[in-house]
Design a protein around this ligand. Structure first.
Ligand SMILES: C[S@@+](CC[C@H](N)C(=O)[O-])C[C@H]1O[C@@H](n2cnc3c(N)ncnc32)[C@H](O)[C@@H]1O
Length: 298
């Protein structure tokens, strides 16, 4: 029992658990376990958990973050894909009755049903995770697009991806991921993290990012699918001007003249590049394109 008082996110305890269970890391599952309590505290503090908050963890590994969440949150649900970790998690989480472990691929799990089942009694839910880097974008897009009732998302991800999520217009990091994330959330990089705080060490630098989920998007768009499509089209070839990128996508659909008019109406210079447009400008542009596509169809 004594060992339960020692945090898992330390080199000695992590190595002990791994040795005891004969666990071997699978690189293909993005298994890099955190062994640093200072970084751990930064993550948990950024999530602002309390006794009214539920925490959804993606990829608990051997439970290093899970146990810290269990101490702060009302209840914790952790979804882990690797069946070899499930018995380990059950054993190490035994002192924490507020934790439940779900075996599954988070990309396939019905999260709305899971929320119904697990988080009905809590006031708010945060996602807190040290994500498997090979699936960061699909996981984040699933969390955002499914419009789960989330307060915030605090995740450790590859530093470069965190910078893209938080980027402002004008820089080379700004792209369709920035627009998508900022449409749903207010991003803030909490800290950058060296690769030495994991075993095994990943080849890339990491960062902790906090995304405060917005109650309403910061811009009004009447057709979200079209908005994101215009954004994708505008970044299709980064060296090209907005005009050339949009023409490649919309010329056939609406004709050159209507496309010109749409840009004029949105007050956007066609010679600009996609990476210089703000969310507001993308919203205006997609409204203007949408209006012309509708009148084309009529
Ligand atoms: C970077 S490790 C983090 C482990 C632990 N939370 C920590 O901080 O030490 C990522 C974890 O995600 C799991 N994982 C990978 N792909 C997954 C998926 N699609 N769904 C759920 N878990 C996944 C891995 O097995 C691994 O345990």
């Amino acid at each position: 029992m004594k060992q339960h008082s020692m945090d898992i996110a330390t080199p000695s305890r992590t190595k002990e658990i791994i040795r005891k269970h004969g666990f071997s890391f699978k690189k293909s599952l993005g298994q890099n376990f955190l062994i640093d309590m200072n970084i751990m505290r930064r993550i948990v503090d950024a999530a602002e958990l309390d006794e009214h908050t539920g925490a959804l963890e993606i990829g608990p590994g051997i439970g290093a973050l899970t146990e810290q969440l269990a101490k702060k949150a009302s209840r914790v649900t952790a979804v882990e894909i690797d069946n070899r970790l499930i018995p380990i998690l059950h054993e190490v989480m035994e002192p924490y009755p507020n934790v439940s472990v779900v075996h599954g691929d988070v990309l396939k799990v019905d999260l709305h049903a899971l929320f119904q089942d697990r988080f009905q009694e809590v006031e708010r839910v945060s996602v807190v995770a040290n994500l498997p880097y090979y699936v960061t974008t699909p996981i984040m897009m699933k969390l955002l697009e499914e419009r789960l009732p989330l307060k915030n998302i605090v995740v450790m991800i590859q530093k470069e991806v965190a910078e893209r999520m938080a980027a402002s217009p004008g820089g080379k990091e700004y792209g369709s991921l920035s627009v998508a994330v900022q449409y749903y959330c207010e991003p803030e990089i909490v800290c950058t993290v060296p690769h030495t705080v994991f075993i095994p060490q990943p080849n890339v630098e990491s960062a902790v990012i906090r995304l405060k989920v917005r109650e309403e998007p910061p811009v009004r768009v009447s057709d979200e699918a079209l908005f994101f499509e215009v954004v994708q089209a505008s970044f299709a070839q980064r060296r090209k001007t907005l005009w050339n990128n949009l023409k490649a996508r919309y010329n056939q659909l609406m004709g050159t003249e209507a496309l010109q008019e749409a840009l004029e109406e949105a007050q956007i210079e066609p010679s600009r590049r996609g990476e210089t447009l703000s969310l507001d400008e993308y919203a205006r542009l997609s409204e203007a394109i949408g209006a012309r596509m509708a009148s084309n169809e009529a």
